[in-house]
Design a protein around this ligand. Structure first.
Ligand SMILES: Cc1cc2nc3c(=O)[nH]c(=O)nc-3n(C[C@H](O)[C@H](O)[C@H](O)COP(=O)(O)OP(=O)(O)OC[C@H]3O[C@@H](n4cnc5c(N)ncnc54)[C@H](O)[C@@H]3O)c2cc1C
Length: 67
Protein backbone atom coordinates (compact mmCIF):
# COMPACT_ATOMS: atom_id res chain seq x y z
CA UNK A 1 0.00 0.00 0.00
CA UNK A 2 2.89 2.35 0.81
CA UNK A 3 4.60 1.62 -2.50
CA UNK A 4 1.39 2.22 -4.42
CA UNK A 5 0.84 5.54 -2.66
CA UNK A 6 4.37 6.95 -2.78
CA UNK A 7 4.80 6.30 -6.51
CA UNK A 8 1.42 7.93 -7.15
CA UNK A 9 2.24 10.98 -5.00
CA UNK A 10 5.63 11.37 -6.73
CA UNK A 11 3.83 11.38 -10.11
CA UNK A 12 1.36 13.97 -8.87
CA UNK A 13 4.21 16.17 -7.58
CA UNK A 14 6.03 15.95 -10.93
CA UNK A 15 2.81 16.76 -12.82
CA UNK A 16 2.13 19.75 -10.56
CA UNK A 17 5.71 21.00 -10.99
CA UNK A 18 5.31 20.78 -14.78
CA UNK A 19 1.98 22.59 -14.54
CA UNK A 20 3.46 25.42 -12.42
CA UNK A 21 6.30 25.94 -14.93
CA UNK A 22 3.81 26.30 -17.80
CA UNK A 23 5.47 26.06 -21.21
CA UNK A 24 8.87 25.97 -19.51
CA UNK A 25 7.77 22.69 -17.93
CA UNK A 26 7.69 21.05 -21.35
CA UNK A 27 10.97 22.28 -22.85
CA UNK A 28 14.30 20.61 -22.16
CA UNK A 29 15.75 23.64 -20.32
CA UNK A 30 14.00 22.35 -17.18
CA UNK A 31 14.18 18.72 -16.02
CA UNK A 32 10.57 18.23 -14.90
CA UNK A 33 9.56 16.14 -17.92
CA UNK A 34 12.56 13.88 -17.35
CA UNK A 35 11.30 13.22 -13.81
CA UNK A 36 7.80 12.56 -15.17
CA UNK A 37 9.17 10.05 -17.68
CA UNK A 38 11.22 8.34 -14.98
CA UNK A 39 8.18 8.10 -12.73
CA UNK A 40 6.00 6.67 -15.52
CA UNK A 41 8.63 3.92 -15.80
CA UNK A 42 8.57 3.35 -12.03
CA UNK A 43 4.76 3.17 -12.13
CA UNK A 44 5.04 0.39 -14.75
CA UNK A 45 7.84 -1.71 -13.30
CA UNK A 46 6.93 -1.38 -9.60
CA UNK A 47 3.28 -2.26 -10.37
CA UNK A 48 0.44 -0.13 -11.67
CA UNK A 49 -2.54 0.69 -9.46
CA UNK A 50 -4.46 -2.08 -11.26
CA UNK A 51 -1.90 -4.67 -10.26
CA UNK A 52 -1.28 -3.32 -6.74
CA UNK A 53 -5.03 -3.33 -6.04
CA UNK A 54 -5.34 -6.92 -7.25
CA UNK A 55 -2.47 -7.97 -4.95
CA UNK A 56 -3.82 -6.02 -1.94
CA UNK A 57 -7.35 -7.30 -2.61
CA UNK A 58 -6.16 -10.90 -2.67
CA UNK A 59 -4.19 -10.40 0.56
CA UNK A 60 -7.23 -8.89 2.34
CA UNK A 61 -9.98 -11.18 1.00
CA UNK A 62 -8.09 -14.33 0.06
CA UNK A 63 -9.82 -14.15 -3.34
CA UNK A 64 -7.67 -13.77 -6.47
CA UNK A 65 -9.44 -11.53 -9.00
CA UNK A 66 -6.78 -11.65 -11.73
CA UNK A 67 -8.18 -12.03 -15.26
C1 LIG B 1 12.48 1.05 -17.12
C2 LIG B 1 12.02 -0.39 -16.98
C3 LIG B 1 12.91 -1.31 -16.45
C4 LIG B 1 12.53 -2.63 -16.31
N1 LIG B 1 13.41 -3.52 -15.79
C5 LIG B 1 13.09 -4.81 -15.67
C6 LIG B 1 14.01 -5.75 -15.12
O1 LIG B 1 15.14 -5.40 -14.75
N2 LIG B 1 13.64 -7.04 -14.99
C7 LIG B 1 12.40 -7.47 -15.40
O2 LIG B 1 12.13 -8.66 -15.26
N3 LIG B 1 11.52 -6.60 -15.93
C8 LIG B 1 11.81 -5.28 -16.07
N4 LIG B 1 10.91 -4.41 -16.61
C9 LIG B 1 9.63 -4.92 -17.09
C10 LIG B 1 8.53 -4.66 -16.08
O3 LIG B 1 8.64 -5.56 -15.01
C11 LIG B 1 7.18 -4.80 -16.82
O4 LIG B 1 7.11 -3.78 -17.80
C12 LIG B 1 6.03 -4.69 -15.84
O5 LIG B 1 5.94 -5.83 -15.03
C13 LIG B 1 4.70 -4.51 -16.58
O6 LIG B 1 4.52 -5.56 -17.49
P1 LIG B 1 4.13 -5.22 -18.99
O7 LIG B 1 5.02 -4.17 -19.55
O8 LIG B 1 4.01 -6.55 -19.69
O9 LIG B 1 2.68 -4.55 -18.91
P2 LIG B 1 1.30 -5.29 -18.74
O10 LIG B 1 1.36 -6.31 -17.64
O11 LIG B 1 0.84 -5.76 -20.08
O12 LIG B 1 0.41 -4.08 -18.24
C14 LIG B 1 -0.14 -3.15 -19.18
C15 LIG B 1 -1.39 -2.55 -18.57
O13 LIG B 1 -2.34 -3.60 -18.31
C16 LIG B 1 -2.74 -3.57 -16.95
N5 LIG B 1 -2.95 -4.95 -16.50
C17 LIG B 1 -2.11 -6.01 -16.67
N6 LIG B 1 -2.61 -7.12 -16.12
C18 LIG B 1 -3.83 -6.78 -15.60
C19 LIG B 1 -4.84 -7.50 -14.89
N7 LIG B 1 -4.73 -8.80 -14.63
N8 LIG B 1 -5.92 -6.82 -14.50
C20 LIG B 1 -6.05 -5.48 -14.77
N9 LIG B 1 -5.13 -4.75 -15.43
C21 LIG B 1 -4.03 -5.39 -15.84
C22 LIG B 1 -1.62 -2.87 -16.19
O14 LIG B 1 -2.12 -2.24 -15.03
C23 LIG B 1 -1.15 -1.85 -17.23
O15 LIG B 1 -1.95 -0.68 -17.17
C24 LIG B 1 11.22 -3.06 -16.72
C25 LIG B 1 10.33 -2.10 -17.23
C26 LIG B 1 10.71 -0.79 -17.35
C27 LIG B 1 9.69 0.23 -17.89
Amino acid sequence: MLKMNNVWVAMEVARKARDILGANGIVEDYCVMRHMNNLESVYTYEGTHDIQRLIIGERITGIAAYV
